[in-house]
Design a protein around this ligand. Structure first.
Ligand code: XMP
Length: 510
C-alpha cells in the first residue's frame, strides 16, 4: 500500500487515482493521522499532497519530522514538497513570480523520479510560495525559469520533493513520474488488478453473509448496479434488489433496468420493481422550490422503500453503493471540505430493519467501479452510464413537475443523447443532458404563432464534478439536436445552450 497524506489540496483524490492506475493500491488519510497509525500500516511509500496554505505560517498543516526518518520513501507534492523542505531545514518563501498553469520544466533525467522523462517537459504548476533553497543533503533535480527548485531529492533517505503536480493530466509525463516513484523508488509490485479485486470481494462477501438475507436499493446507476451484481455473484437469491421507479428517470430507463436485473435478466437475485410514478407526481404537484422538491423526492423514496422493506421483513445486511470519493468527501478519508452530500439512498439505514451494512465498493474510484463492472460482465451501456442525480428529472425540470413536462424533457434528452452518440462524443464529454426551463416564449411554426417551452442543453467537462466547464460541442451537432427537438417534441419551440461553468453555475439546474 501507498499512503497519500492529504494536506487539503484540490487534487488529492487524483494523486490516489494515478497511483492506482499503476496497479498499486493506495489510500488517502488526513495529515492529522497519527504517525503511530501510519507506522502500523507499514506502507511502501508515502505521498504528501498539495494544499492551500503557506508552510511557514504558524497555523498551517504540518507533520512530525519523524515521518522522514521511518525509512519509508516519501514524495512531497507542491505544499507537501515545501513542507518537507521547511521541516528539514530548507527555505520556503513567497515566490517573487507566482507560477500557474502549464510551465516548461528542466529535469535531471539521472534522477530515479525522472527516469525516461524528457529533459524539458511540460508540468502543471499552481503555487504562490516556492522553495528558494533545498534542505541540506538534498540535490536539486528540476527547475523552471522562475523556480530554482522545482524538484529536489535525498537519494540516501529516499526523500523526494516536487513543486509541480504530476497527478494533473496537464503534466504531460506526470503518470510516468508517479510510476517511477511507486515502482522504482518504493518497489511496489504493481499487481493490484481488478479481476483480483472482484474475486476477493466475492469471496469476502460470501464469508461475511453466510446464509443471511441481503437487501439492496438498486437505482440503475453504475454504483448500485455494480454493487448488486457483486452481491448476486456472491450470494445469489439471498439478495433482493428493490428498484423504485419514481417516474423521474430518463426515457425507457426503468425498462432497461428491469431487462438487466429482472426475471429475464442474467443475474441470480430477487428483483422488485416498484412503479411509484403517480405517487411522486402527486407529491410534487405545484411545488416549485428546488430544495423542497429535492426533499419531497428523497422522503417519498424512503417511504416507498420502507413499505417494500416491511414486506420483506428483517434482513441481515443492507447494501450501499458508497464509493471512495463519497468516503473522502464525507470527511472520513482525507482533508477536503464537505461540499455537498450526494447520496441517493442516504437516509435509508434508519428505515430498514437490518443488522449490518455492506459497502462493497467503498475502496474504489468511479473509473475503478466501471472496470469492476466490465469485469463482472455488466452491459457497457450501463457501465458507462452518465452520472444521474437521485432526484432525477425532478431537478431538471425548473419549477413545478408534471407528467407532461417529464415526457417533454425525456424526449428532448433522448434526442440529445442519441445525437451526441452519433457524433461519437458520448465518452468524451463528462456529463450532458437536457433540462426543461419554465420559460415560455413566442415562436412561429408553419405560419402559426406558438407560445411554448424552451429546452436547455447542458454539457460539461469535469475532473471531479466539483468544478466544471461548458463543453464545446460542434455547432453542427447542436444544430441537428435543436432542429430535431423543436420538430419532434411537442410544446417546445426553442433550444438554448448553457455556456456556464461551475462555479458559478452548478451542473444541474436545481
Ligand atoms: P451539481 O449540480 O451539484 O452536480 O454541480 C454535481 C454532480 O452531482 C450530481 N448530483 C447528484 N447526484 N444526488 C445524486 O446522486 C443528487 O441529489 C445530486 N445532485 C447533483 C450531478 O448530476 C453532477 O454529476
Amino acid at each position: 500500500t501507498v499512503i497519500v497524506l492529504d494536506f487539503g489540496g484540490q487534487y488529492n483524490q487524483l494523486v490516489a487515482r494515478r497511483v492506482r492506475e499503476c496497479n498499486v493500491y493506495c489510500e488517502i488519510y488526513s495529515y492529522k493521522t497519527d504517525i503511530e497509525k501510519i507506522k502500523a500500516m507499514n506502507p511502501k511509500g508515502i505521498i504528501l499532497t498539495g494544499g492551500p496554505n503557506s508552510c511557514f505560517e504558524t497555523d498551517s498543516p504540518t507533520y512530525s519530522k519523524e515521518l522522514f526518518e521511518l525509512g519509508i520513501p516519501v514524495l512531497g507534492l507542491c505544499y507537501g514538497a515545501q513542507l518537507m523542505m521547511h521541516l528539514l531545514g530548507g527555505k520556503v518563501e513567497k515566490a517573487p513570480i507566482r507560477e500557474y498553469g502549464k510551465i516548461e520544466v528542466q529535469v535531471d533525467t539521472n534522477s530515479a523520479l525522472f527516469k525516461n522523462v524528457s529533459p524539458t517537459t511540460i508540468c502543471w504548476m499552481s503555487h504562490n510560495d516556492y522553495i528558494s533553497n533545498a534542505a541540506l543533503d538534498f540535490s536539486t533535480t528540476a527547475h523552471t525559469a522562475d523556480c530554482p527548485v522545482a524538484a529536489a531529492e535525498n537519494v540516501n533517505k529516499n526523500l523526494y520533493a516536487i513543486q509541480f503536480h504530476p497527478e494533473v493530466l496537464h503534466t504531460v509525463e506526470g503518470t510516468k513520474i508517479l510510476s517511477n516513484f511507486v515502482m522504482n523508488v518504493c518497489g511496489c509490485a504493481g499487481d493490484w488488478i481488478m479481476s483480483s479485486f472482484v474475486e476477493d470481494s466475492i469471496k469476502a462477501i460470501r464469508e461475511k453473509v453466510g446464509s443471511g438475507k441481503v437487501l439492496c436499493a438498486l437505482s440503475g446507476g453504475v454504483d448500485s448496479s455494480v454493487a448488486a451484481v457483486l452481491l448476486s455473484k456472491a450470494v445469489g437469491e439471498q439478495l433482493t434488489c428493490v428498484f423504485v421507479d419514481h417516474g423521474l428517470l430518463r426515457k425507457n430507463e426503468g425498462d432497461e433496468v428491469e431487462e438487466v436485473f429482472g426475471p429475464n435478466g442474467s443475474y441470480d437475485l430477487n428483483f422488485i420493481r416498484v412503479n411509484a410514478q403517480e405517487r411522486f407526481y402527486e407529491k410534487l404537484a405545484a411545488i416549485e422550490e428546488p430544495e423542497r422538491k429535492r426533499k419531497i423526492i428523497g422522503e417519498e423514496f424512503i417511504r416507498v422503500f420502507e413499505e417494500e422493506a416491511k414486506k420483506i421483513g428483517t434482513v441481515d445486511f443492507l447494501v450501499q453503493g458508497t464509493i471512495y470519493p463519497d468516503v473522502v468527501e464525507s470527511g472520513l478519508g482525507g482533508e477536503s471540505a464537505v461540499i455537498k452530500s450526494h447520496h441517493n439512498v442516504g437516509g435509508l439505514p434508519d428505515f430498514v430493519d437490518f443488522k449490518e451494512i455492506i459497502e462493497p465498493l467503498r475502496d474504489l474510484f468511479k473509473d475503478e467501479v466501471r472496470k469492476a463492472g466490465l469485469e463482472l460482465g455488466i452491459p457497457e451501456n450501463l457501465v458507462f452510464r452518465q452520472p444521474f442525480p437521485g432526484p432525477g428529472l425532478g431537478i431538471r425540470i425548473i419549477g413545478d413537475v408534471t407528467a407532461e413536462k417529464v415526457e417533454m424533457v425525456q424526449e428532448a434528452d433522448a434526442i440529445y443523447r442519441e445525437e451526441i452518440a452519433n457524433a461519437g462524443l458520448d465518452r468524451s464529454i463528462g456529463q450532458y443532458f437536457a433540462a426543461l426551463t419554465n420559460m415560455r416564449s413566442v415562436g412561429v411554426m408553419g405560419d402559426e404563432r406558438t407560445y411554448d417551452y424552451a429546452i436547455a442543453l447542458r454539457a460539461v467537462n469535469t475532473v471531479d464534478f466539483m468544478t466544471a466547464e461548458a463543453a464545446q460541442i460542434p455547432w453542427d451537432v447542436l444544430g441537428k439536436v435543436t432542429s430535431r427537438i423543436v420538430n419532434e417534441v411537442k410544446h417546445v419551440n426553442r433550444v438554448l445552450y448553457d455556456c456556464t461553468g461551475k462555479p458559478p453555475g452548478t451542473i444541474e439546474f436545481e
